[in-house]
Design a protein around this ligand. Structure first.
Ligand code: CO8
Length: 261
């Protein structure tokens, strides 16, 4: 297995890839190298046939406290524009398996945007989200103005991004940013995320990937096109063994045995 400088990778279950951000001295601030490690591990997990779902987590204190400010502070416009700074964030969208973010502590700036780029966010009661870029004289650059706005609506998005204030796990849950706030306790959010990833990994991979693709299309397409896209994927799944198996198992009152074919 590949060794990384800024992350840890493991398999808490044969079907689950766990990626742990591990730059504790900088509260998991996302340097260019750190983000490259994350993308590389995500791509490895996506390509691994045994993996059905991915969990991304940080530490108890910080999921990630943002992009690395020390690395950014002396950047010029020519550097940023010329080298297309952060453009590789688009690559997160190419991951086809579901990614669950297990968030404890700070998820700020790029850290909040990284969580928002995942498919499901589970939060510990200690989670603190926010887009504080306004305090640094910039704006979110990892999708925050778009994804947070779609998640919470314009008025709240404006309030959060113009004041830069943090919002807590309960607010995030109330607004639909996180799927669930788990009970308090060290490691609880990760435990729950791995459990959920395991459950997802037990489904047929083809239907899981098609679900992710169809839900994400809701953010890209007009309704008529989105509905058509969904229906076509739905039709396509009738060509799979997993559809035959899933429906036969229901009719025979037994558990399905999916083969991802
Ligand atoms: N970048 C670099 N270093 C950081 C960052 C960061 N974002 N956040 C924390 N650190 C470092 C601190 O410099 C400190 O290092 P040292 O011990 O060497 O001085 C160490 O982590 C611990 O931090 P604190 O002492 O500040 O810890 P506190 O518990 O007192 O405070 C906070 C925790 C509130 C999280 C505080 O650290 C903080 O405000 N951090 C900055 C948060 C922020 O502004 N984030 C937004 C960054 S801009 C951004 O993300 C743009 C998005 C671009 C897209 C994504 C690109 C990857």
């Amino acid at each position: 297995e590949q060794r990384y400088e800024n992350i840890l990778t493991s398999r808490p279950d044969p079907g689950v890839a766990l990626i742990t951000l591990n730059r504790p001295k900088a509260l998991n601030a996302l340097s260019t190298a750190h983000f490259r490690d994350i993308l590389s591990a995500l791509n490895d997990a996506d390509a691994d046939e045994k993996v059905g779902a991915i969990v991304l987590t940080g530490s108890e204190k910080a999921f990630a406290a943002g992009a690395d400010i020390l690395e950014m502070k002396d950047k010029t416009y020519a550097d940023a524009y010329g080298n297309n700074f952060l453009s590789n964030w688009e690559d997160l969208k190419k991951i086809r398996k579901p990614i669950i973010a297990a968030v404890s502590g700070y998820a700020l700036g790029g850290g909040c945007e990284l969580a928002l780029s995942c498919d499901i966010i589970l939060a510990s009661p200690t989670a603190k989200f926010g887009q504080p870029e306004i305090n640094l004289g910039v704006i979110p650059g990892g999708g925050g103005t778009q994804r947070l706005t779609r998640a919470v609506g314009k008025a709240r998005a404006m309030e959060l991004m113009l004041t830069g204030r943090m919002f807590n796990a309960q607010e995030a849950e109330r607004w639909g940013v996180v799927a669930k706030v788990v009970e308090e306790g060290e490691g609880k959010v990760l435990e729950e995320a791995v459990g959920m990833a395991k459950a997802i990994a037990s489904k047929g991979r083809l239907a899981v990937m098609a679900t992710k693709e169809a839900v994400n299309a809701a953010y890209e397409m007009p309704l008529t096109e989105g509905l058509r896209f969904e229906r076509r994927l739905f039709h396509g799944l009738f060509a799979t063994n997993d559809q035959k198996e899933g429906m036969a198992a229901f009719a025979e009152k037994r558990k399905p045995n999916f083969t991802d074919s």
